[in-house]
Ligand binder design. Structure first.
Ligand code: DGJ
Length: 730
């Protein structure tokens, strides 16, 4: 049984594939963290809590309870009762005080995993089962209950946590902080890895040693953000790609978050993750409940690579849904970099005609098809086809595309409103704003108040009209600004701080509606590139546009960072033209294809303006995509090179789960003088099996040779070149 409770020792054990999460009910009724790491057989590990050492345990001597509270490794620490480290829960109770104190009341163990109301979350799958422990804590004085939800997965070293707070009293109570998870680790010799950046350079890894005090990443922007991702790894100082212990944390949430590690006075580490409590509060009426988003925790004793593969497995099997999850997705061409706002049906069909001849299957009409939008300064909210640009609307366009054997995809930015729009003129109060204050403009647009059902209903109606007007197979859901002047015309003063979270719930509600009512539409999320690349979005869309930077060399970095936590099959990646529109760099067409192959793969260019040589390369690239995409979707991903430690080369590998084949894609980022070749060692093969490389089948290599000795890759001339090697077992 993956979850057990030992009545005698009062110890809970959650056993994943080869790791344990162990807790105990400590003196005073506090749920205490005991162990998170490799599987340990002992029935009683409570000696790890050192309750026989000072400070005294309150049950035998209550003289120094505050010291006890301040060292106890707490699963759900509350503010105000002597634990001065980061807390997971604080309230504004009756009389305006913040103190709360949660102690064990009951628990139950259930098969599978109940959904989290209104929130994205992992789920049990036939091929990846799980069990759930619910531990109910109570604060009798505040008349609150906290149900801590722990799920453990049997086939992967992954655990999830969430919490539901319930008001059991007869008076309202305000929550001022509800974090999803707190883990107290008995050491501080960790490195902290986070993913940081900006527009066009999202999720660049940063690694630093933990030190006394607090180290964190967060977002207060209303989205998970370009700047920081809701992912953190804590790893041993010596952990590398393949060895060493790593704990990975990720929040299944698309709004403002915090992820924080604190090294305390005793050199222990407290790690917390959850909704950012800046400008947050939530009023719980009697009987009311609040559910915090889910935190995912992954354990690896096989370095960062092991952590990534665990996240990839979990997200591919237990988070991403829909019919496209397990199938090859259509090769698409997006007109954004090809035309920006300057397009009409004729131009689009010109692109499509050429694209279909080359093997491309779907045309995405990006921003600019609606209202009177011909630049980014108008019409968001007016989701009506501009018939001057597209006569006959999408019905005509999709009909013409069908004749070419192509499908149609459409861009929306449903959360936004332009001041220059019919929608704004009719409903100015639908924009998030604080009355009497100037509304900060960003990309000449405001954010719609998605906490209001009538706003969502209206936008949904417009989207539905478009979706029902033609055969639309794909939607790109974009979101191009962050929230300022957070205020809702529909919320009373005491509930204004609920807006941030209610907004995110509103977005989830819309995405739920879209994916339920149109299950055949492939949804790709996007937020000014990759500002919302998070597991919350992955629950609704199997792919997310990774970055507006389509330069292949920059993409090696961005996709490296993204792959630390997110499966490559979800990484939106396209081949675009050179000089690249973001950095002005020239890379080989081959390299651009090879970089995009480690993602969803597609094109973002005008094929009518390519050279004959480039055009001729497209069918070959598509052939590679068709042949190897099953490895990207289902195989194991290995980072062989590290562009951040040596910027002259990179290499990634996908190996089949049964080790029968693998592709290794090598990038010569910068040519080095006087080096004929580079030795590259593969990973994840069968030591004892023999493999041949497809282009030279006469030579056999053992898996041992390929992994320990490596192969020599040479013969590339110039910067920004690449080569794909396909190894097949004999
Ligand atoms: C930002 C996206 O990331 C781009 O791909 C493009 O869709 C633009 N928005 C359109 O405004």
């Amino acid at each position: 049984m993956p979850i057990s409770f030992n009545e005698k020792t009062r110890q809970f054990r959650l056993s994943a594939l080869s790791s344990d999460y162990i807790m105990t009910i400590a003196p005073g009724g506090y749920l205490a963290h005991v162990w998170l790491g490799e599987h340990i057989p002992d029935d009683d590990l409570s000696y790890l809590l050192r309750l026989d050492e000072p400070p005294f345990t309150p049950e035998s001597n209550d003289r120094d309870r505050s010291s006890y509270m301040d060292v106890l490794p707490a699963e759900f620490p509350c503010f105000g009762v002597g634990d001065y480290r980061e807390h997971a829960l604080s309230i504004c109770g009756e009389g305006g005080t913040s103190t709360c104190d949660m102690v064990y009341k009951s628990h139950r163990i259930i098969d599978g995993k109940p959904p989290l109301e209104g929130l994205p979350a992992t789920f049990a799958a036939d091929n990846s089962p799980c069990s759930t422990l619910e531990v109910t804590l109570e604060d009798k004085a505040a008349q609150l209950e906290a149900v801590l939800l722990y799920t453990v997965f049997e086939n992967v070293n992954a655990f999830t946590r969430s919490v539901r707070i319930r008001n059991t009293g007869d008076k309202p109570c305000t929550l001022t902080r509800v974090y999803s998870a707190c883990i107290d680790l008995d050491r501080s010799d960790y490195d902290m890895i986070t993913l940081n950046g900006s527009w066009a350079r999202e999720r660049i890894p940063d690694r630093c040693r933990l030190h006394h005090g607090k180290q964190s990443v967060d977002s207060v922007r209303g989205t998970s953000s370009h700047q920081h991702n809701p992912f953190t790894a804590l790893c041993s100082h010596n952990a590398d790609e393949d060895t060493g212990e790593v704990l990975g944390f990720n929040l299944v949430y698309s709004g403002s978050f915090v992820s924080l590690a604190e090294v305390d006075q005793h050199e222990r580490t407290r790690y917390v993750i959850g909704i950012n409590d800046t400008d947050f509060s939530w009023e719980l009426v009697p009987g009311g409940e609040f559910t915090a988003p889910e935190a995912v925790i992954v354990y690896s004793d096989k370095g960062l690579g092991g952590m990534s593969r665990a996240f990839h497995y979990l997200y591919r099997n237990n988070l991403i849904r829909g019919k496209y999850r397990d199938i090859r997705r259509p090769v698409l061409i997006n007109n954004w970099e090809a035309t920006y706002f300057d397009f009409n049906t004729e131009k689009l069909l010109g692109i499509a005609r050429q694209a279909s001849e080359l093997g491309i299957e779907l045309l995405v009409v990006d921003d600019g098809w609606f209202g009177h939008r011909s630049s980014d300064n108008s019409s968001l909210g007016d989701w009506i086809v501009n018939e001057e640009k597209l006569p006959g609307g999408f019905a005509y366009l999709s009909g013409e595309l069908k004749k070419l054997g192509m499908k149609l995809g459409v861009w929306f930015e449903p959360e936004m409103i332009s001041p220059d729009s019919r929608l704004y003129r009719e409903h100015p109060d639908w924009a998030i704003q604080v009355p009497g204050r100037r509304l900060t403009m960003s990309r000449e647009q405001y954010v719609l108040d998605y906490s209001r059902p009538e706003v969502r209903e209206h936008i949904w109606g417009m989207m539905k009209n478009v979706l029902d007007s033609a055969d639309i197979s794909y939607i790109k859901w974009d979101m191009n600004r962050q929230i300022t002047e957070a205020g809702s015309a529909a919320l009373p003063p005491g509930r204004q701080k609920e807006l941030w979270h209610r907004y995110v719930l509103g977005v989830y509600d819309m995405m739920n509606r879209l994916t339920t009512e149109y299950p055949d539409i492939l949804l790709e999320n996007c937020s000014g590139g990759g500002a919302r690349f998070d597991p919350g979005m992955l629950y609704y869309s199997p792919q997310i546009w990774c970055s507006d930077d389509t330069d292949a060399a920059e993409r090696l970095k961005i996709q490296y960072g993204t792959s630390l936590c997110y499966p490559c099959s979800s990484i939106g990646a396209h081949v675009s033209v050179c000089p690249n529109h973001t950095v002005g760099r020239n890379t080989s067409f081959t390299m651009r294809g090879h970089a995009a192959l480690a993602g969803t793969f597609g094109y973002e260019l005008d094929p009518t303006r390519l050279s004959d040589e480039e055009r001729a390369a497209i069918p070959e690239q598509i052939e590679d995509f068709r042949r190897f995409n099953h490895l990207v979707r289902n195989g194991d991903y290995y980072r062989i090179g590290n562009i951040f430690s040596d910027n002259t080369w990179d290499c990634y590998e996908f190996a089949a789960a049964d080790r029968s084949e693998a592709i290794a894609v090598y990038f010569q980022v910068l040519a080095r003088p006087n080096y004929a070749s580079r030795r590259v060692r593969l990973k994840g093969l069968d030591q004892a099996a023999y493999y041949y490389e497809e282009s030279a089948p006469e030579k056999l290599y053992s898996g041992a040779a390929l992994m320990s000795c490596g192969i020599n890759i040479g013969g590339l001339w110039g910067d920004y070149q690449s080569r794909l090697l396909h190894f097949i077992s004999k």
